[in-house]
Design a protein around this ligand. Structure first.
Ligand SMILES: [Fe+2]
Length: 273
């Protein structure tokens, strides 16, 4: 037994679809109710659908009773504030799990490489049902920001960098691909992130929007890239040493949550992009 997966993801694990005309919509994300993620004060989320409808963003498997990343319950308060974003999340007609707007503060390429992680979308998902993938609808216009994807976390040759202007839409198997967003600039980036169950409905939505399972990567200066890789590696080594000193196995610091040591001290935990 295995999961139902859509063939469009076979080649690369992601698919870019036609851009949405974001400029025509109100900026609903500016009014939403946001919550901090874990101990981080940097990254915030505004849930549109959560495990049981509360204004919180924990994985559905961390609730009582635990559930897989499907059948999200719409968050009344935020749906009332953002009816258009809710409509967009519902438009594919596939089963929706977690659905939220992320507010991501500016970061560096090294930050993003360090934060590369895979999601735990299919925990508790019964085999024989649809594999959970995630859609990223960029809301703010961030043409110089990129979604970084890697098949192999430690191999830059497997990297794709997808530009994120307003309206950019990409659906990603984030349990297969390591991912993180590099967002230069001086204002937060906002993006609607929705978990969908792979299904004929999702397939039809993607197919109707000029799906491209491979796009050219945005340029990055090779010297800057090398410096970023070195910085990220040094931070990983430091973190592994810190965890080892606490008696923890650093191998388990990966996966769903990439922990980043912020320049201001303390631990920042990011599980999104
Ligand atoms: Fe993620």
């Amino acid at each position: 037994m295995s999961y139902v997966k859509l063939p469009v993801f076979d080649e690369t694990g992601y698919v870019v679809v036609d851009s949405y005309d974001q400029a025509a919509d109100p900026k609903e994300w500016e009014q939403l109710i946001y919550v901090d993620w874990k101990s981080s004060g940097d990254t915030r989320f505004a849930p549109l659908a959560s495990a049981y409808g509360a204004i919180e963003c924990d994985g559905f498997w961390n609730h009582n009773p635990p559930k897989t990343d499907k059948d999200g319950v719409w968050v009344t308060e935020n749906v009332a504030i953002a009816p258009r974003l809710t409509e967009r999340a519902q438009e594919p007609g596939a089963n929706v799990g977690r659905c939220r707007v992320i507010e991501l503060q500016p970061n560096t390429y090294a930050d993003a490489i360090y934060n590369l992680h895979r999601d735990d979308n299919n925990r508790l998902n019964p085999e024989g049902t649809g594999w959970i993938v995630r859609a990223f609808f960029n809301l703010t216009d961030n043409p110089d920001s990129v979604m970084i994807l890697r098949e192999d976390k430690d191999d830059p040759a497997t990297e794709t960098r997808i530009p994120l202007p307003a309206g950019a839409q990409v659906v990603i198997d984030t349990q297969r691909l390591y991912h993180a967003v590099w967002h230069p600039g001086d204002e937060p980036r906002y993006c609607l992130i929705t978990s969908y169950e792979s299904s004929p409905e999702l397939d039809a939505w993607i197919s109707a929007r000029g799906p491209r399972p491979r796009v050219d990567s945005a340029y990055v200066d090779p010297a800057q890239a090398q410096e970023a890789y070195a910085q990220a590696e040094a931070r990983r080594a430091a973190r592994a040493a810190a965890l080892a000193a606490q008696g923890q196995d650093p191998r388990f610091g990966d996966g769903t949550m990439a922990a980043a040591t912020t320049s201001g001290g303390g631990m920042e935990v990011l599980s999104e992009a």
